[in-house]
Every structure is written in C-alpha cells, then in structure tokens.
Write a protein that binds this ligand. Structure first.
Ligand SMILES: Cc1cc2nc3c(=O)[nH]c(=O)nc-3n(C[C@H](O)[C@H](O)[C@H](O)COP(=O)(O)OP(=O)(O)OC[C@H]3O[C@@H](n4cnc5c(N)ncnc54)[C@H](O)[C@@H]3O)c2cc1C
Length: 395
C-alpha cells in the first residue's frame, strides 16, 4: 500500500497549506488554547480583534466553499472527493484551525439535506454557510443521555404551533448560538422511540428560553442548561414526520468521521510534549520516556484508523462500528497523552494552567476528560463495537 499523496492530492495539499499560510488569523495559529468552538465564541466576542479573526477566517473558507466541504455541491459543499476532503481536514487539523459553522455544519445541515423539505433547506442552509446562524444541539436531558429516547421535554400542539416545555442539559455553546434544534416528546403514550419529534427553534433568545451556564471542571464556560417554558414554534419547523423525530435525530450524517482531527491533534500534543521535555533541561525519568514512546505508537495507530475510514468512504461505504473504534481510541488516546505529559513533569504538574509546560499539561488533561463522554460515552462505543462490529449478543 502506498501512503504517499497522488500528484493531484499533493497539489491540493499544497493549495490548502498556502491558504492557511496566507489567511489563517494569527489568533488561531497557536490553536491549542483556542479550542474547537473558538470561531463560534469569537464571532460574538466583545473583543473586536476576536470578531475580526472569526470574520476573516469565515471569509477565507466561504470563498472556497470550504465551510461545509462535505455537503453535496448543490447545497453549497465543495464538490471534493472523499480523499480531498480528508486532505483538507488533515491540513486544517494539523495547525489546529477552528471549525466554522459549528453544529449547523456538522449535524443540522446534513440532517436537513436528508430529511428537510425544500423550503427548510432553502431557509436554513444558506445562513449556516454564511456564518450568520450558529445552532446549538438540544438532545440531552438530566435523565436522558446515553438512553436518549427517555427524554421528557414535551411539545404539544396548539393550532399551528407546538408549545415546548422541558429542560435540556450540556447544550454546548448555547450562550453563543442563535438557534436550537431539539428532540421533544410529541406522543407520551407511544413506545419511547416512536413519540419523539425533531423541532427547530429559530431564535434561541425568544421568550420562554433561559440559558444557564455550567462551568466545567477546567473552569471554562462551554456548555449550559437550557430551560424551555411555553416556547412556541410553528409546525412548519418540524423536520420529518411527527413522532418520527428519533430517526431524523439519529441521521446526523457527519461525513467527517475519520477523526483525522484527533490523529493530528495527538501528533501536535506529542510534538509539544517532546519540545517541553527538552526545555526543562533535566533528563526525563526512564518510565516517562517509555510512556511517551508508547503514546507515539498509539498516535500512529490512530492515523491508520483514520485512513481505514477514509478508504471506506472512498468506496462509498458508511463507517459504522469503525467510526466507534476511531472515536473510542481517539478520545482515550488524547487522555493518555495528556496524562503522560503530567506524569513526565511529576509534582510540577500540580501547578495548573500557570503558563508553564507542566501547568499546560495538567490543563490539557482536564480538557481531555469530556471527550470520552460527549457524542456517546466510551461504554456506549464499546457496546456498538461488541454488538454491531463483533456480532456479540446484547446483555
Ligand atoms: C463536552 C460535552 C459536550 C456535550 N454537548 C452536548 C450538546 O451540545 N447537546 C446535547 O444534547 N448533549 C451534549 N452533551 C451530552 C452528552 O451527549 C451526554 O453527556 C452523553 O450522551 C452521556 O450521557 P449522560 O451524561 O447522561 O451519562 P449517562 O448516560 O447517565 O451515563 C453515565 C455512565 O453510565 C454509563 N452507561 C450508560 N449506559 C450504558 C450502557 N448501556 N452500557 C454501559 N454503560 C452505560 C456511561 O458510559 C457513563 O459512564 C455533551 C457532553 C459533553 C461531555
């Protein structure tokens, strides 16, 4: 097998690198601190420099149709082959450039493309691509996470509107979002998967919605609790049929499933760890050296998982348990890398986020913890691999 780029891929990679070189705002160049939602938060920031960086990066990507490159061309996608998309995502991830468009690009857009009416596609897709509307995802509830179908938020019909009441939790970026897509129960009598509808709340600041910050253990405001009290949305804001929302909500065809971002993130984190280890001027304890070598091997394995998924996509196959393998491995690997970093610094790693290499390692470990929970916990991924991948009977 030849891992080298073909001539066309090499030319495309060079083009992407040049665009990054010329247009990625300085703010995003040392992107490890920026975080994946940097664009969403920056566009609403009080700091004019942050807003300008978000606008300028948006312009750069939109001019090339690279905001949602994975969408079909007719809806504003880039018309790239899966391999070119992979190269684009790899190069953006290599420098840690922030995603533009948030959940609208990765989750809602692909769902509307499959299940939305022509009017819904015309109304909602262009503002996502133009960076005008960022969507938050209202799925999880205090009593419904892994077992999402147990959700209790109600949407009752009143004439030609739904009236929504309930509570969502862990709504990432809701405080910087403009709109909210959610799952709500429209038939409480039906079996739990069959009484749910997928609804669009176009204005997240409309009366009846209150958003309360949840501060994570790294002291960051990333997600929120979202309360809905008599929130009205027109019936035309339902995606798909009434009570069939579970199947709509599960579409979430994020075509970028290769997790190449995680593989590149691991490479960046390891390169930094090696740099930081040198900068201390002290020899590393042998056990730390061996652990770093092991993490290096794992980052190479992760890269192979990404290639396996992209090779499936190239053949028109949709990765299923393979995507779970990549998600599980990537999220646990990123925790192992930052844990290895904290151990390499020993007691110095007790200084948290103080600007030193040791403090950075600890901060990155704390930031890496939620990765094994979001988007399906590690246990849920292992269940998928065991049942769908290995055909083991369910317990
Ligand atoms: C950073 C982050 C961002 C998030 N953003 C959003 C968002 O924007 N919108 C949104 O709707 N949600 C969001 N979530 C919520 C996320 O989807 C849920 O946290 C996740 O699905 C797990 O649900 P839970 O927290 O209720 O845990 P639970 O489902 O209660 O799980 C608790 C524990 O039990 C285990 N467990 C549960 N079921 C099984 C099983 N069948 N077999 C074995 N073990 C099991 C789990 O693995 C876990 O260890 C986010 C979460 C995080 C961490």
């Amino acid at each position: 097998m030849d891992w080298e780029d073909s001539q066309e891929q090499a030319a495309f990679r060079a083009e992407v690198r040049q665009v990054i070189q010329e247009h990625l705002p300085d703010r995003y160049r040392s992107a490890d601190g920026a975080g994946e939602r940097a664009w969403e938060f920056d566009r609403k920031s009080d700091d004019p420099e942050a807003r300008e960086a978000a606008d300028s990066w948006l312009r750069t990507l939109s001019e090339r149709r690279w905001v949602a490159p994975q969408w079909p061309y007719e809806y504003g996608g880039a018309g790239l082959t899966p391999m070119e998309q992979f190269v684009l995502n790899q190069e953006l991830a290599r420098v840690g450039a922030p995603h533009v468009g948030g959940s609208g690009v990765g989750l809602l857009g692909p769902t509307l493309i499959v299940h939305g009416t022509d009017e819904q596609k015309a109304r909602y897709l262009p503002p996502i691509l133009k960076g005008e509307v960022a969507w938050a995802q209202g799925y999880s509830e205090p009593g419904a996470g892994s077992d999402l179908a147990s959700l209790q938020t109600r949407a009752e019909r009143d004439g030609d509107t739904y009236v929504i009441n309930g509570q969502k939790i862990w709504t990432s970026g809701a405080h910087a979002a403009d709109a909210l897509f959610l799952l709500a129960r429209t038939d409480p009598e039906a079996p739990k998967h069959r009484g749910i509808s997928f609804l669009l709340v176009e204005d997240i600041r409309q009366p009846g919605i209150s958003i309360r910050p949840l501060i994570d253990m790294g002291d960051h405001h990333y997600f929120n609790e979202t309360f809905l009290e008599d929130v009205r949305v027109p019936i035309s804001n339902r995606v798909g049929e009434e009570n069939r929302g579970w199947y709509v909500g599960m579409t979430l065809l994020d075509f970028e499933r290769s997790n190449i971002g995680a593989a590149e993130g691991a490479r960046r984190a390891l390169a930094r760890l090696v740099r930081d280890a040198h900068s201390t001027g002290r020899p590393l304890p042998p056990v730390a050296r061996l652990a770093i070598a092991e993490r290096y091997v794992e980052s190479q394995v992760m890269f192979q998982f990404s290639l396996r998924i992209i090779s499936m996509q190239n053949r028109g196959l949709i990765p299923n348990h393979e995507a779970s393998v990549a998600k599980l491995f990537a999220s646990e690997m990123s925790q192992r890398i930052s844990l290895t970093a904290t151990r390499a610094f020993g007691l110095h790693a007790q200084r948290w986020a103080d600007g030193t290499a040791a403090g950075r390692a600890t901060d990155s470990y704390i930031r890496s913890v939620p990765a094994t929970i979001r988007g399906g916990t590690s246990e849920v991924q292992r269940n998928v691999i065991a049942t769908r991948g290995l055909g083991l009977p369910r317990g």
